[in-house]
Design a protein around this ligand. Structure first.
Ligand SMILES: NC(=O)c1ccc[n+]([C@@H]2O[C@H](COP(=O)([O-])OP(=O)(O)OC[C@H]3O[C@@H](n4cnc5c(N)ncnc54)[C@H](O)[C@@H]3O)[C@@H](O)[C@H]2O)c1
Length: 435
């Protein structure tokens, strides 16, 4: 394939070196003449293990050439990969000027080009950028999106210091486009990269770097807060986190990572509070841990506001326990949501067969009678009774019984889902809390 790469910094020089070593013909473009001549002399413009050898081999075999000539690069290639920098502005947003500058230059050359051209955005950009780039390219080149060109997102996941290894072993190859021709070009370009190939909407692909990197930052900060607390308590922070990491069922796993309802119950809020108290007692600053409960409260408020925004007076709650398959109501976010909506004057009924059972004899009987008698009065004994009352059904907890019941609901009902039911085969309106 014939590929041009714009921006020969960390990301661009790795992509240029790897793609050219695989046999593709690569033209690297940078405004920095020093970087261009370093590459043309077979040297690396950055310090990165093995990159020197890759560049030297590719330049010698004439598979890699660097230039400042945008026209030559665009006219002789079918794909342009954008790897220019996107630093933060003062307000935190990314400064995308380098991306728009380079795209404008490419677009002015596309005006003279007859064949289809793919522009792949490898720089980290904010969601919605590709939409703006499409407008810019159409305006500058006079060409048509999806016919003469496509702009796709293909974020880079390498880490400096192990960049070549990461290039060939990414967590996945992520492509944001709806264009079949582009997907085929990416498959061909990355045929030597053994990774799951995920194709999605451009905006989803664009936001993923922010999310992945923020999660990595969250992990480092969490480990360091636990490390500081451990040290203060004369414990070995490395041992503590090592044991933590050996729980690959709940800790280092996909568990607890689906958006939906807030957390609650008898353990997560209580023990988070206790960990915060330990830190306070030791005079330690642990801003991440100290804000977990606040974040959860904000989510509960968000759920309340989202339900209220639907402006439906008769509401039925399916599930009020803190999660499915339990009758435990202690610190249940559903209880807080229901109480807030009662306070706003909504007409509410609740169906939860686990809680109904424990109302009669379970260990929760006393809690229900003493702590939430007002909610107990709102409980009905069947889903049919609930749906007769409710124009809006809020799904707090998912369970197998629900699958069949929701399918039969008529078109006039509305479902608001906090728990991630599978919304196929529904006739009524469906809203998800985070989807
Ligand atoms: N560095 C990483 O580890 C890493 C990893 C993943 C993603 N990213 C993202 O990739 C992008 C590039 O990062 P980087 O670290 O390689 O940046 P960098 O600053 O090292 O390199 C950017 C290059 O672009 C060149 N450039 C600027 N304007 C240009 C133009 N009009 N035409 C041609 N070249 C131009 C600069 O001269 C520079 O050489 C950023 O969006 C970054 O967030 C970086």
């Amino acid at each position: 394939m014939h590929i041009s790469i714009f921006g020969l910094g960390y990301v661009g020089s790795i992509s240029a070196a790897c793609l050219s070593n695989e046999g593709h013909t690569v033209i690297g473009v940078d405004i920095n003449e020093e970087k261009v001549s370093l590459i043309n002399n077979g040297d690396s413009p950055i310090v990165e293990p093995y990159l020197d050898q890759y560049i030297a081999t590719a330049v010698k075999s004439k598979k890699l050439l660097a230039t400042t000539d945008v026209k030559m690069a665009v006219m002789n290639t079918d794909i342009s990969i954008i790897c220019v920098g996107t630093p933060n502005r003062k307000d935190g947003n990314l400064n995308l000027n380098f991306v728009f500058d380079v795209v404008k230059q490419i677009a002015s050359i596309l005006a003279q080009k007859q064949s289809f051209h793919l522009i792949s955005i490898r720089s980290t950009v904010s969601p919605g950028t590709i939409k703006k780039i499409v407008e810019l390219v159409e305006k500058t080149s006079g060409k048509h999106d999806q016919i003469d060109f496509d702009i796709a997102s293909n974020p880079e996941f390498l880490r400096e210091g192990s960049a070549i290894y990461d290039y060939y072993n990414p967590p996945y190859t992520l492509i944001g486009t709806n264009n079949k021709q582009s997907i085929a070009l990416f498959q061909q370009m990355f045929q030597k990269v053994e990774a799951r190939f995920i194709v999605t909407e451009p905006q989803v692909a664009e936001i993923m770097k922010f999310i992945n990197n923020s999660f990595h930052a969250l992990k480092v900060s969490f480990a360091n807060e636990i490390g500081r607390l451990s040290k203060q308590l004369k414990l070995d922070g490395k041992e503590v986190m090592d044991i933590f990491m050996q729980d690959t069922k709940l800790n280092i796993s996909t568990y607890y990572l689906n958006p939906g309802g807030a957390f609650g119950g008898s353990c997560l809020p209580k023990d988070t509070r206790a960990l915060m108290a330990l830190g306070y007692k030791e005079g330690l600053s642990m801003p991440l841990i100290n804000n977990i409960l606040d974040s959860n409260d904000k989510h509960i408020k968000y759920c309340i506001d989202s339900i209220a925004a639907l402006q439906v007076n008769n509401i039925g709650f399916v599930g009020i326990a803190f999660k499915e398959n339990t009758d435990d109501l202690r610190e249940s976010p559903m209880v807080i949501i229901v109480e807030a909506l009662i306070g706003k004057g909504y007409n509410i009924k609740i169906y939860d067969n686990n809680v109904n059972a424990s109302k009669l004899l379970g260990s929760n009987k006393q809690y229900i009678e003493n702590s939430i008698p007002h909610l107990s009065q709102l409980m009905v004994h069947s889903f049919a009774e609930l749906s007769q009352h409710a124009d809006l059904l809020v799904i707090g907890n998912n369970n197998e019984e629900l699958n069949g019941l929701l399918k039969g609901l008529d078109k006039k009902k509305i479902i608001f889902d906090l728990s991630g039911i599978n919304p196929t085969d529904l006739y009524c309106k469906y809203y998800g809390v985070c989807w």
